[in-house]
Design a protein around this ligand. Sequence first.
Ligand SMILES: NC(=O)C1=CN([C@@H]2O[C@H](COP(=O)(O)OP(=O)(O)OC[C@H]3O[C@@H](n4cnc5c(N)ncnc54)[C@H](O)[C@@H]3O)[C@@H](O)[C@H]2O)[C@@H](O)CC1
Ligand SMILES: Nc1ncnc2c1ncn2[C@@H]1O[C@H](COP(=O)(O)OP(=O)(O)O)[C@@H](O)[C@H]1O
Ligand SMILES: [K+]
Length: 496
Amino acid sequence: MKVFTAEQIREADAHTIRNEPVTSIGLMERAARAIFQWMVNCYDPSKRIAVVCGTGNNGGDGLAVSRMLHEHGYRVDVYVINRKTTGSDDFETNLNRLPVPWKQISESGEIPSFEQYGLIIDAIFGTGLSRAAEGIYAESIRAMNDSSVEILAIDLPSGLFPDASSAGMKVVHATVTLTFQLPKLALLMPENGRCTGEWEVLDIGLDQDFISSQHSPFSLITAGLVDQLIPARSKFDHKGNYGHGIIIAGSHGKIGAAVLAARAALRSGIGLLTMYIPRDGYPILQSAVPEAMVITDENEHYLSGIPDLEGASAVGIGPGIGRQAETVYTLEEALRNSNKPMVLDADALNLLAEHPHLKDLVPENSILTPHPGEFRRLVGEWNNDFERLDKQRSLSRERKWIVVLKGSHTSVSFPDGQVFFNTTGNPGMATAGCGDVLTGVITSILAQGIKPTAAALCGVYIHGYAGDLAREAGSEAGLIAGDVVRYLPHAFAAFE
Ligand SMILES: NC(=O)C1=CN([C@@H]2O[C@H](COP(=O)(O)OP(=O)(O)OC[C@H]3O[C@@H](n4cnc5c(N)ncnc54)[C@H](O)[C@@H]3O)[C@@H](O)[C@H]2O)[C@@H](O)CC1
Ligand SMILES: Nc1ncnc2c1ncn2[C@@H]1O[C@H](COP(=O)(O)OP(=O)(O)O)[C@@H](O)[C@H]1O
Ligand SMILES: [K+]
């Protein structure tokens, strides 16, 4: 699924109106109906609802939803902010159709007490926001946020720019955002998490051919996409068909990282797995993961040498390796000896940041999986998440790397400038070791002969999906990295 800019959404609206054909007010009615139907499934009519509208088309949506709610027995109070001049045509039409009286919120008047309501619908601004909300708009937003009432935002939380940073601006803190047809970039940015709440995309029937014809560098990773990319196994296959991966991991006190990566790799379909670890990890790894072969470094506590990488179909390096001076040699030699894309994670990335000359040795199309802290060490500071996204895309373009920037909606950037945002995963995965599991999953899929771009997308999606299944079976707080491994088979089952 593509992510569109506000401009592209406007064009898709206009194209649909011209070509379907449907009137502009007809399309607004459809959008409002989609919101209304979603609400009917979630809220019963006992909830008293405040609908706060601007005077553009987002406000028009709010008025149409108010009418539908009223007709179905919901108690709605409609507020319009600052109707000094006339609103958009469709706003005015819907104001005339409104079967209940409405109240004005003006610069000179009072802001209603929202505490009396069970729900606030935010229809002040959508994709048409042209500057920061100020004056009575900002005050209304503040009053909505200060109330303890749930807020449902239509299309976007008001005050949020769809395609640029809104850091420091007054923005509605929605509990849920129902956005039309396609997601907007702002919904994917961690800095906006407090404003967007949970969000969902509602189909309003915009022209699919037009949407397909439009280029966007941004997309979501969906189950449908993963289904197309993930390899099927066939009846006469043997383990030689599924690759031989080598994972270089662990140091004294962090052998668990190697165990997690190994278990995850084996649970992700790899044919053969060799783990390269410091010597004192040998009994732990062999007993914890008997399915893996183990080669040990001559050093007891940390890595200082390098295994033979000849014959490996993929190499992953980094989980728990630490930053010992001798381990720089391990990384450097692994990079020098690998003639194909690798997976680099954790301290391998920190060592790259500390020894920048090593960056030139990283094979093209390698997959780097930094969390934001590791990413900062690689590229420096950023002022907001849009700038962070620019830095990620630049790093991918300049170095020809696939960068997997981890977090909620992990972003996967390709050397050609494309970025895919993940749709699986949950805050329960913000716990030690989940990154090591991801390294195991991606290395495993890469070892099976899948292109690095596809391996990164499938790995990220399935890792998050396994985390979601683990949450379903337990809870967010109780989730540990081992649970993600445990649910990997169930996650893969969805694609067999
Ligand atoms: N036919 C269409 O184009 C459809 C549009 N839809 C709705 O229309 C919305 C976009 O509508 P609009 O383009 O009218 O824009 P909005 O309703 O988002 O808001 C723009 C209006 O607010 C004013 N404005 C912008 N920033 C302001 C600020 N900081 N302070 C004060 N006033 C400000 C603008 O001058 C304009 O009048 C979408 O988000 C969606 O909710 C949906 O009804 C689907 C169909
Ligand atoms: N709030 C969240 N929502 C979705 N996924 C998350 C969230 N927090 C963490 N994750 C996922 O969990 C993993 C954590 O990786 P990382 O921070 O490297 O952990 P560690 O270094 O402890 O192994 C990443 O894949 C990340 O995308
Ligand atoms: K809104």
